[in-house]
Design a protein around this ligand. Sequence first.
Ligand code: GDG
Length: 723
Amino acid sequence: MQRLIIISNRLPVKIELKDGEILAKKSEGGLATGLDSLTNNYERHWIGWPGIYPENKSDENRINAFLEKDNIYPVYLSKELIELYYEGYCNDTIWPLFHYFFVYVRHNQMYWQAYQEANTLFLKKALEIAKPDDIIWVHDYQLMLLPGLLREHLPESKIGFFLHIPFPAYELFRNLTSRKEILHGLLGADLIGFHTFDYMRHFLNSAYRIMGVDTKQNEISYDNRVVYTDTFPMGIAFDKYHNAFRTPEVMKYIDEYQTFYGNQKIILSVDRLDYTKGILHRLSAFDMLLDQHPEYKGKVSLLAIVVPSRDTVAQYKELKNRIDEKIGYINGKYSDMNWVPIFYLYRGLPFEPLSALYHLSDIALVTPLRDGMNLVAKEYAAAKNDKPGVLILSEMAGAAIELTDAIIINPNSIEEITDAMHTALIMPEEEQKQRLEKMQAIIRRDNVDTWASGFIGQLQEVHTIRSEIQKKIFNNENLSELKAGFDNAESKLLLLDYDGTLVPLIKDPAKAIPDKKLMGLLKKLTAKSGVTLSIISGRDYTFMDKYFGSSDIELIAEHGSFYKENKFWVKAFSQSDDWKKEIYPIMQKITDKTPGSCIEEKNSAIVWHYKKCDDWLADLREHQLINLLVSVCTKNNLHLMRGNKIVEVMVSELDKGNAAKRLLNKKSWDFILAMGDDTTDENLFAALPEHAYSIRIGTGATKARFNIMNQKAALKILEKLAE
Ligand code: GDG
């Protein structure tokens, strides 16, 4: 069975030692539930921190043996490391930054060192457990360096990463001093998952701007690999929450609470103690509701459950004090002998009483200032059955993208939250039911099982694509075969592209001129007996003539519009230049609006270059330019082409394939090799006979027989032939 290794900061169990005895407390978290559903198809293993500091090796060994039965492998972290790595870098730097609480962010070199150290400890454990064919799925912001570390040691492995919290906008993320290292770490994965499209967009933008990587839709080319990103909104175990009210344990609580609250309307609020959850804003809104609508006094109560969390961190302690104070203030202001406005629990509740409260509450008030997803919102909507209710949901929670039938509010506006509570309190039951039905259909379909299997399924697919690419990668065996074929052949034709093949692609094409080493290599090759070497380029013939005019190389310029024969350049097309008068002003207009872009005019083409431009702006202008050009090109029978950071309009009779035919048909060649890196080279590859070698530089989809990783590798092949 395929092995699946989950790595998360916390294990799905918390270990305690009581009088020498090992106690394991199972966590009910969404992640553990979602992964349970995969156990039919995968052998699940789990690596993480067990939440305990064993005092000696023998305790460690006993805990290890106890957990290993369930394929669970603990990573032990010292108290000091937890302080600096978890409470420090994770919760004092990353958490506030990624949730847009910029003023709370603390940059501390010791935190960062501890974060690296902790990630390395997780790596060590993973290397003990993982086998080459395993799927490795790393979770969340505590382990963002781990995919990169794993990739160094297990280059061929299937590695996925899922971020449970938001990924912030570039303008915020760029402030992180270790931003490059974090991005490098994440880019070690094959697939990076986010809850929403916005988080993914922010990540792609940061990767592009900070690492200068090429991004194409949801793909990133990095380190000779393609990294995929996608959205997987996390769901819940729908049936568990939907059917809970039928179980005797939950029924017992429902009866108990119903008797206690009577006809009172209950507004429920459940969160971990966290400044991101907007608890204080929510309390202010409830204060305003009672102030503006005194008719609710004695009839409506807020039940605030705050689950203790991170309360050793200063900001959390302060938040706790302010919540206590505010609740005291509101209760003091409005309470009478028979009624309390706010019931306040500073503790977590077991599943059964919580489900009973979901079932009974008239409103759930879920108003985080920022939240990756928020599962409480989904749980409340799922738990509703015969008794309806209204979900008030912050637009800043990932869940708001899916649950559009909630009352969506801006959590910063006390007035909006207040109005929403009033709207919910007077909403007809029929409307409540309709809204719930629509939300339940979504939560039932996109549940936690589909989330987990969707991610793993896509990771497998991505890996299959990678293996397909890998199969086409030109390897040493292919090189030996190529060399033998070349040496044994009598007549040999080499068809070589220029930019991106013989010279690297650089921002300023004028500077991409052949150096001495390249000229020496080409000379050596052309001097070999039986060799015809041709450079087929998109460059104009003046450039080609300047650098290669005096050599024995067969020159083809402007994608085949001109070729050199018997020392003279021959024009290979019949169209007049009239079309240029229409095309040029269109390109000029777009160039004027796009700093860094420029126009290149050739004899048979006009090219708009945008290599030096900002990607986002270039993308916009490219679309605008193509829209403007399409009808003019059709009318004038011109070819409109998108190349590598260029848009080119050219006379339509020509392409590199047609151009090569003149040489291909000259004689029956024993050996043919064609190499190129751009879309224009695809026509060349398609025109070759079956026995020819064709190699595409880069990992893009191609008609060529092989791919090679980069331009340097292309030169190495030519050097081998020249030996
Ligand atoms: C992170 C992201 C993202 C809470 N109180 C009790 C209790 N809970 C359970 C809820 C829910 C879970 O805890 C909380 O999940 P959230 O999604 O609301 O928030 P985070 O813990 O901050 O989780 C978040 C999530 O990861 C998943 O990707 O949605 O945005 O911040 O399941 O039911 N459970 C019980 N008693 C409680 O008192 N039994």
